[in-house]
Design a protein around this ligand. Structure first.
Ligand code: CA2
Length: 142
C-alpha cells in the first residue's frame, strides 16, 4: 500500500509561528513521525507540500499514473476556496482523507466549510499532527 501525504499553503511554516494553534513540530518532524509509523505498519509513504494551487493540482494529477492507493490531504486555506483542487481529486478516483490540525469548526466562519469534505473518504480535524497518524491507520485498517 502506498499513500501520498499532500500539504498545502503555509504548512511549511509549522513549528515556527502560532504554536498554540498548530503545535510545535515542524512539517519535517511530523513527516518523520509518519514515516516511522508507516514503516511499522508496512505502508509506503510519500510527502508533498506546496504553497501553489497549480502545483498541488499537478501533483494530484500525476498520482494517477503512479501506484498510489490513497491521499492524506491538508489543503490548508485552499480547503475553503478551491473548486480546482476538488476537481483534481475527483478526476483521479483515488480515495483521500482530509486532515486539519486545528478544529476548523470552532474557528472563523470562513473556515467552517470545505470544498473537500463531501467527497472525502473521511475527515479528521482538531487533533494536531496526530490527525495524520490517525489517517494512516484508518487507511491501513479501515
Ligand atoms: O488546521 C489546519 O490544518 C488548516 O488546514 C491550516 C491552514 C488554515 O488556513 C486552515 O483553515 C486550517 C493554515 C496553515 C497555516 O500554517 C501555519 C503554521 C505556522 C505558522 C503560520 C501558518
Amino acid at each position: 500500500m502506498k499513500i501520498l501525504f499532500i500539504n498545502g499553503p503555509n504548512l511549511n511554516m509549522l513549528g515556527r509561528r502560532e504554536p498554540e494553534l498548530y503545535g510545535h513540530l515542524t512539517l519535517n518532524d511530523i513527516n518523520e513521525r509518519i514515516a516511522k509509523k508507516a514503516a511499522d505498519l508496512g505502508v509506503e509513504v510519500e510527502f508533498y507540500q506546496s504553497n501553489h494551487e497549480g502545483a498541488l493540482i499537478d501533483r494530484i494529477q500525476a498520482a494517477k499514473d503512479e501506484n498510489i492507493d490513497a491521499f492524506v490531504v491538508n489543503a490548508g486555506a485552499y480547503t475553503h476556496t478551491s473548486v480546482a483542487i476538488r476537481d483534481a481529486l475527483l478526476s483521479t478516483d483515488i480515495k483521500f482523507i482530509e486532515v486539519h490540525l486545528s478544529n476548523i469548526f470552532r474557528r472563523e466562519k470562513f473556515r467552517n466549510s470545505s470544498y473537500l469534505s463531501d467527497i472525502a473518504y473521511g475527515v479528521i480535524v482538531g487533533f494536531g499532527y496526530f490527525g495524520y497518524e490517525l489517517a494512516l491507520e484508518a487507511l491501513k485498517y479501515g
